[in-house]
Write a protein that binds this ligand. Structure first.
Ligand code: 4AD
Ligand code: MG
Length: 478
């Protein structure tokens, strides 16, 4: 096989009938010892390879099995069958990597998501996961493109952090001390002064505080990196290691921040609708198939693509936290005692409350702002009412919170007082306070949970199925 290999995406895009081509990929199906569906990941579609079994040895044909890797040289012809425009008539076939069906863990049939999670090293070869991971890539690219085209600078913030003050969640410690062998101080606590960094350190829960230094120098920055939370929340929406996109913008107030969030998310959805319709169509159909046997009330009211279009075409609802509480207290489920968690001003909204607002009341994304200061972080700007802060959460149907953000407290004295009230160490965050002392300015930002938006776009139901190797309580395989 001496000719240059062509990728299947290019072959399908611009087929040259009668040309001899070399393609390589993984066998998705081999029907009737005659038709191979070959996929190399370059696009959703497969190429059909036609095999005249009389021209090949039986020993070789036997090795053309589900997910085996093969190279095929053959002639491009117009397809006889339906479903594809062209096919490749095999002249030479080489087995690059066998996948003996007697040992290979995956079967060419429907397998549960739980099973495939245990085979995460192989699951990207399936239609579903290759579509999911192409879309994940597409969203990453669109994130960089969105910010680059608007003059933002991409900033990388540290993964190991010396402050644990953000309060976004439980942290994973980082140390070179062996367990049980850590030196201790006189009062029996671990003596981190003797540790690698000379202090206690953790994996970061967010790049925000450092991104603020960028915004107050470069104007508009964003981070896009891994973040870590050790909360023991074993849900289909939480990971211990996830990726977050955090724009931070000087001179923006909470209203500008909400506009940015809405434009940003719509841009991402538009990008995949315009460029990845094949993958989306497959996932859309997959959900319909899954829901066929469900009760009507459990099914989604809209298809996947329809939902994405709907979000792009409609403005997000914007309400204050106080309005949300009033709406909830007047709702049917509240009056009938169907909410599990209390609805009371000053308490956080729980997932069931958020879902009612988004899925029942407004039936579209909702941005809730001006939360009680008691349930939000120390750095959020206090509103004039003395009770609320300029925080905002973007809530999505089926997912809940995809974005959390705020206008930041830029007033040095107010921030200092708030830190004292909340027991946040000034010693640790001296630099953060200095940003308010020297050349400070009003500024705002937010964090988009990357996997949450991938979840929404792909219509998958568990967040562990939209990151290649999920980390969650009890799992860190691969
Ligand atoms: O609301 P959060 O905690 O906000 C922050 O960390 C701010 N520092 C962001 C900022 O203002 N720059 O997290 C932001 C988003 C959430 O809205 C959610 O989408 C996602 O991150 N998120 C998680 N995603 C997966 N697994 C988890 N355990 C998550 N925790 C938060
Ligand atoms: Mg949040």
């Amino acid at each position: 096989m001496s000719i240059k290999r062509i990728e299947i995406a290019d072959l399908i895009k611009q087929p040259k009938i009668d040309e001899t081509v070399l393609i390589k990929g993984w066998v998705r199906a081999f029907r009737a010892n005659r038709f191979i569906a070959l996929n190399d990941g370059s696009c959703f579609g497969n190429v059909q390879v036609v095999v005249d079994f009389e021209n090949f040895e039986e020993a070789l044909l036997k090795k053309i099995s589900f997910h085996a890797c093969i190279a095929v040289e053959g002639k491009v012809v117009a397809s006889q069958g339906s479903g594809q425009n062209i096919e490749v008539v095999a002249e030479k076939i080489e087995i690059l990597g066998e996948a003996n069906p007697e040992e290979y863990p995956l079967q060419p049939k429907k397998q549960t998501m739980e099973f495939l999670r245990e085979k995460a090293h192989l699951r990207m070869r399936t239609n579903t996961f290759s579509a999911v991971f192409r879309l994940r890539h597409a969203l990453s690219y669109a994130i960089h493109k969105f910010y680059n085209d608007r003059g933002y600078y991409y900033m990388n913030t540290p993964i190991i952090t010396g402050s644990d003050a953000e309060g976004a969640g439980e942290m994973f410690g980082v140390t070179t001390f062996a367990p049980n062998e850590a030196p201790t101080t006189e009062d029996g606590k671990v003596d981190f002064k003797q540790d690698f960094f000379g202090k206690s350190t953790n994996l970061t829960v967010s790049g925000q505080l450092q991104a603020e230094t960028g915004a107050l120098a470069m104007g508009k920055v964003y981070t896009f990196g891994p973040t870590f939370r050790a909360e023991n929340s074993n849900t289909s929406r939480h990971l211990a290691e996830f990726w977050m996109v955090e724009p931070e913008v000087a001179f923006y107030d909470i209203m500008d921040n909400m506009d940015l969030a809405e434009d940003f998310v719509k841009y991402l959805l538009n990008h995949v609708l315009e460029n990845y319709l094949e993958d989306l169509t497959f996932l859309d159909k997959r959900i319909q198939d899954l829901e066929k046997n469900m009760k009507k009330e459990d099914r989604r009211t809209m298809g996947l693509i329809e939902t994405l279009r709907f979000v792009v075409d409609n403005s997000f609802e914007r309400i204050t936290y106080t309005e949300a509480i009033n709406l909830l207290r007047n709702s049917k489920p509240y009056k009938k005692g169907r909410f599990e968690f209390e609805v009371e001003w000053g308490k956080d909204l729980s997932a069931e409350h958020e879902r009612w607002l988004v899925e029942k009341k407004f039936q579209k994304p909702v941005i809730v702002r001006d939360y009680p200061k008691g349930i939000k972080s120390f750095y959020m700007r206090q509103n004039d009412d003395g009770k609320t802060v300029a925080a905002m959460d973007v809530l999505f149907p089926g997912i809940g919170e995809v974005i959390g953000g705020s206008q930041r407290e830029e007033r040095h004295d107010v921030l200092k007082a708030r830190m004292e009230e909340m027991n946040i160490s000034e010693e640790e965050l001296w630099w953060y306070l200095e940003l308010r002392k020297f050349g400070g300015a009003p500024h705002s930002g937010f964090g988009l949970g990357f996997e949450r938006i991938v979840l929404f776009v792909t219509g998958m139901s568990n967040i562990r199925d939209v990151i290649a190797f999920p980390r969650s309580p009890g799992t860190a395989e691969f």
